[in-house]
Design a protein. Structure first.
Length: 555
């Protein structure tokens, strides 16, 4: 049962918005300036001094972060006449993400956009030295503009105060609900979205713990249920904890979710913290790449100009998961081409002394996605190679045999001493040359055909034949000219075999802005600092595919 709303000077009570274990939230109308506000009032019955201290800490935390567009704004805090502390906050008129899940199916585009925006909010909190520790759909409200707004920092922790002891593992496993409690106090743990390190007797969360909850929240938006919930089976607290500890994520049953998004969410919810994205910005950039892959405009990452590295864990030497400070465009929307495996061994045809050289075209089998890739960024998702390379070379009598080919048997020269056998050998060699040239012509025709004529852009399972895919040529820098005052730089580039439909994306290095799409091969970057180099990364976008980036700098 909710408490009575307090009498607050300058505010008029409207109605109850919601009740919790330690507080009630009421809708008030503020008289000056005139606006609707949400007032969170701490309950006094059964609440100890520790709860009051957490309430005050929440007010201070939200005050430090409330300027962010995707974090609920706090306007005022005080103590009512009946000695109850209260917070006056932004009223988010839209439903929470948890309420939306009950009413509608959330699309992939909406989930990606929401994920990037929430990542911006979480990255901002981390940059300020704050862990949220309770990211879940119920704690994401919707503003009147339709934007997500992260709230409920009541159990947030300052990074310098970690580790934070919440409760013992035995107490937690005795909790009957998804939100673990111990006696009358909350331990700050919503099990369905919590990482496995929070289940230890002495939890030691860090920024990667919030990233797990962030990825689990996006997964929930797409699945309509929590990531470790299995339909038709027991999904109590103990069941969920066991699956989380074993990394048993329930597969997404949606045909419109690309495999790259599934892989990104799985990495975000990896059991080992070292295997997850190391910062919220890294996770946001991974979601941006998927937006580009789907032909969507990338959602901007809104974070302050603070050093994110101050709040992230120290990387392990030589660790490929190490997060590096770099711009968005340096992480490709699709993975780079992997190393090419050696062709399958094939027996060399007996060379004909006077026969013209024939060309042999062999299909190249892509390396398994598990094999180490060449020049693939640490945050890039594993998946199907961007393109398959076809190699052809002439095979002549003077060409040495490849190491993977079986050397010709010396006894093959024996038939040449018989005129009839020599004639048959010449006829057979000529027929083989005709067949090989026919195959080569068919393969080259597929290579030169438009990309739209191929129903698939990658090799099919079990198919060792070569598949031709259009490769987008990278841009080539023409000029990079700095203005006389050094405050701007103009870049001009070109693309080989340019098409009228070509577009380009560029992003300035050293910023957190998302890629900008332009239709012409030129851009002017303003706001530069004289004497400081200006560098941008440029990519060509053609038929939904992107080229390798060009890094252009102007000094």
């Amino acid at each position: 049962m909710a408490s009575q709303p307090p009498e607050l000077d300058g505010f008029h009570f409207i109605r109850l918005l919601g009740s919790g274990g330690f507080s009630d939230v009421f809708l008030y109308e503020q008289e000056l300036p005139k606006r609707s506000v949400a007032v969170k009032v701490l309950l006094t019955d059964g609440v100890d001094e520790a709860a009051r201290a957490r309430f005050v800490a929440e007010a201070n935390v939200m005050a430090r972060l409330s300027a962010h567009p995707y974090i609920v704004t706090i306007f005022h805090a005080g103590v009512a006449g009946d000695d109850r502390p209260y917070l006056v906050m932004e009223y988010c008129s839209g439903p929470s993400l948890a309420d939306r899940l009950k009413r509608e199916r959330i699309g992939v585009e909406d989930a990606l956009r929401t994920g990037v925006r929430l990542s911006s909010a979480v990255a901002t909190a981390h940059a300020a030295g704050i862990l949220h520790r309770d990211i879940k759909p119920a704690n994401v409200l919707t503003t009147s503009l339709g934007w997500p707004a992260l709230t409920d920092f009541g159990i947030a922790s300052a990074l310098e105060e970690l580790p934070v002891h919440t409760t013992t593992l035995s107490e937690l496993r005795g909790s009957p609900s998804d939100t673990a409690t111990s006696g009358s106090r909350s331990v700050g743990l919503s099990v369905p979205w919590s990482p496995p390190e929070m289940f230890a007797d002495d939890p030691d969360p860090d920024v990667r713990s919030d990233i797990f909850s962030l990825a689990a929240t996006v997964h929930t938006l797409l699945a309509g249920r929590t990531p470790f919930e299995v339909p038709g089976r027991s999904n109590g607290t103990l069941d969920l904890m066991g699956r989380i500890e074993r990394g048993m994520i329930t597969p997404l049953d949606r045909a419109d979710v690309p495999s790259s998004l599934t892989a990104t969410l799985r990495r975000g919810m990896a059991t080992r913290r070292e295997d997850r994205y190391q910062t919220a910005v890294d996770f946001a950039r991974a979601l941006q790449r998927i937006e580009l892959e789907l032909g969507l405009a990338p959602t901007s990452i809104d974070v302050p100009n603070l050093t994110i590295g101050d709040s992230r864990p120290a990387p392990v030497a030589g660790d490929e998961q190490e997060t590096r400070a770099r711009s968005v465009a340096t992480i490709q929307a699709q993975p780079a081409a992997p190393r090419i495996a050696a062709p399958e061994p094939e027996r060399a045809e007996p060379p004909a002394p006077a026969e013209p050289a024939a060309t042999r075209v062999r299909g190249v089998v892509p390396v398994s996605p598990d094999a180490p890739a060449r020049d693939v960024p640490s945050a890039a998702p594993h998946g199907v190679p961007e393109h398959t390379v076809l190699r052809a070379r002439p095979a002549t009598a003077s060409t040495p045999a490849d190491e993977d080919e079986t050397p010709a048997d010396p006894r093959d020269d024996a038939p040449a001493r018989d005129p009839r056998r020599r004639l048959l050998a010449w006829i057979g060699a000529g027929a083989a040359a005709v067949i090989v040239l026919g195959i080569a012509a068919a393969v080259l025709a597929n290579v030169l055909a438009p990309a739209s004529s191929s129903p698939s852009s990658g090799p099919r399972a079990g198919d060792d034949s070569s598949i031709a895919v259009t490769v987008v040529p990278p841009p080539v820098l023409v000029s990079a000219v700095r203005s006389p005052d050094g405050a701007s730089a103009t870049f001009v580039w070109k693309t080989e075999d340019a098409k009228k439909s070509d577009q380009f994306t560029w992003v300035q290095e050293g910023t957190t802005n998302g890629p900008t799409v332009v239709g012409e091969p030129t851009v002017t970057v303003t706001g530069a600092t004289p004497g400081v180099p200006v560098c941008i990364d440029i990519q060509t976008v053609r038929a939904g595919r992107t080229s390798q980036p060009l890094k252009a700098c102007s000094t």
